[in-house]
Design a protein around this ligand. Structure first.
Ligand SMILES: *Cc1c(COP(=O)(O)O)cnc(C)c1O
Length: 510
């Protein structure tokens, strides 16, 4: 991994502000390893004076449990440690620091209020084995969140159990499988459109189905005729994202649901793109039998970097008995967890989901209310269409259909030897996290932009300006793009090498 050559002149003309940002980043690239800052004997903690006699650790826990060699542990003062990690955190791109239009990920602002609620001791310190009668508040919160999600999605029952979108998919498909099984007619296939998110075919394979590809029509959406063509008694369900990964609404969804239901098959809607529909349209009204939600996208719980997620599922009445256990149920004046459900698909994870995520999502829903949620999707849609309209000349969208909460852009810069990856890397120099690229697969060199509702028009204008700037650079100096980014601590890394041979341990020098 080569550090950017800092002696090389930055031969580009970016806005002064961006240049200043870039300079700051280069300075940060000088952040030493914490081990390099270490000075023998320096202390970061002050332990109180001992009021009791001390004994060597070996005597207390035995030599086999004591490390032989503690050489190389860093020794720093407390402020040094704080500064070190804060500086490191600024080397990252983060939603809290930069515009983050990563398509299909809904990197909206996560209100800090939600974190405060999740950190309330009554929630944060609750042990998952706490008896129901001492956890009534937490159980009620879960029940209320389930109700709110059922309401906005038009589904009859919700389970908060799955830990992520993909696990919600698996749960939903296992439910569909169990339902067909219970009817005495097990089915083997799930239809998945060519615009599907990669997790869809993966989940259906994991759930024991064979994935059958449906081709989207000329205008980019799925046509009922294609589903009719693929229908057979083996088809258990269609799994479709609405709006699709092209960011466009599936206008034939109701007719498609009818075709499926006539053949005894189900409609699974991947609701990860719910940010486009909140408060405006309901999956239940579209004929969905199962949906999953991504609380860590739509409902503003933090995500990225492998943090915890939450992928609740919603089902229509006939599928409720199959939901994972435990269920939160009303019991007299209170709530209890119920695992006595013979048709349930069982547990997919320990305990009750990532509970702190549930608190955040519920706080978000309460803070916005019904009107606020509808505003979310309206503003998200407005933002994406604004970007689409402003960039139309040089980065036209993949289809002519109006877009919802995100837009998939294309370009002709390959003629100049500039790839989508080069454009994405160059955006980093403008202090912008790259959009999702090369996805969906059906669009050559796709640039998938999801601005989200929390950005100002000014930010969207800056993004447009950066994209136009990059387009012009491609005409005059394509090499500049091929070498980008120029202003970060690291330039292009060998991703294959980094994945196959990660260096995870610091080796003390002798
Ligand atoms: C993000 C996403 C998923 C997967 O969700 P995870 O929580 O990352 O597992 C599935 N489908 C679509 C359309 C998505 O955008």
């Amino acid at each position: 991994m080569a550090r950017a050559d800092r002696t090389k002149p930055i031969e580009m003309e970016v806005h002064e502000q961006h240049q200043a940002q870039g300079q700051a980043r280069i300075e940060q690239s000088l952040v030493p390893l914490i081990f390099e800052e270490s000075v023998a004997g320096r202390r970061g903690v002050d332990l109180p004076a001992r009021g009791f006699p001390s004994r060597p650790a070996v005597e207390l826990i035995g030599a086999d449990l004591c490390r032989k060699n503690l050489r190389g542990l860093p020794e720093l003062s407390e402020p040094q440690v704080m500064r070190h990690f804060l500086r490191l955190s600024h080397l990252n791109f983060a939603q809290a620091l930069q515009f983050y239009p990563l398509g299909s990920c809904t990197m909206k602002y996560n209100p800090v209020l939600n974190d405060e609620c999740a950190a309330m001791p009554g929630f944060a310190d609750l042990h998952p084995h706490t008896p129901d009668h001492l956890a009534q508040g937490a159980l009620e919160l879960m029940a209320r969140l389930e109700q709110a999600l059922a309401e906005v999605s038009g589904m009859d029952a919700v389970s908060l159990h799955p830990a992520a979108g993909a696990q919600g998919e698996l749960a939903g498909l296992l439910i569909i499988r169990a339902w067909h099984h219970k009817q005495g007619r097990p089915r083997t296939k799930v239809i998945i459109p060519d615009t599907a998110h990669g997790t869809n075919p993966a989940s259906s394979t994991l759930a024991g189905f064979e994935a059958v590809v449906a081709r989207s029509g000329k205008r980019g959406y799925l046509e009922a005729a294609e589903i009719r063509r693929l229908m057979s008694d083996d088809v258990a369900a269609l799994m479709v994202t609405n709006p699709s990964t092209l960011g466009i609404f599936e206008p034939q969804i109701c007719e498609i649901a009818d075709v499926l239901h006539q053949h005894g098959a189900m409609l699974y809607v991947d609701g990860a793109n719910f940010n486009a529909l909140l408060g405006v349209a309901k999956f239940g009204d579209m004929g969905a039998d199962v949906v999953h939600f991504n609380l860590h996208k739509t409902f503003s719980t933090p995500h990225g970097g492998g943090g915890p997620g939450a992928g609740p599922i919603g089902v229509k009445r006939h599928l409720e008995p199959f939901l994972p256990v435990p269920r939160v149920v009303k019991d007299g004046g209170g709530w209890r967890l119920d695992s006595d459900r013979p048709d349930s698909i069982g547990k997919l994870r320990s305990f009750h989901g990532n509970f702190a995520m549930l608190v955040r999502a519920y706080a978000y829903i309460l803070a916005l209310g019904a009107d606020g949620l509808a505003q979310v999707s309206r503003r998200a849609i407005l933002g994406a269409n604004y970007i689409r309209a402003r960039l139309r000349e040089h980065f036209p969208t993949a289809t002519d259909e109006p877009v919802l909460h995100e837009c998939v852009l294309t370009h002709d810069l390959e003629e100049k030897g500039v790839s989508t990856l080069d454009i994405a890397k160059r955006l980093l120099d403008f202090g912008i996290h790259p959009p999702t690229i090369y996805f969906p697969l059906v669009v050559h060199g796709a640039i998938m932009v999801e601005p989200t509702e929390t950005e100002t028009k000014q930010t969207l204008d800056e993004f447009v300006a950066a994209m136009e700037h990059i387009y012009n650079e491609a005409q005059t100096n394509p090499q500049l793009l091929k070498d980008a980014p120029h202003t970060l601590a690291l330039s292009r890394v060998d991703e294959a090498q980094a994945a196959r041979h990660p260096v995870l341990r610091w080796q003390p020098k002798d």
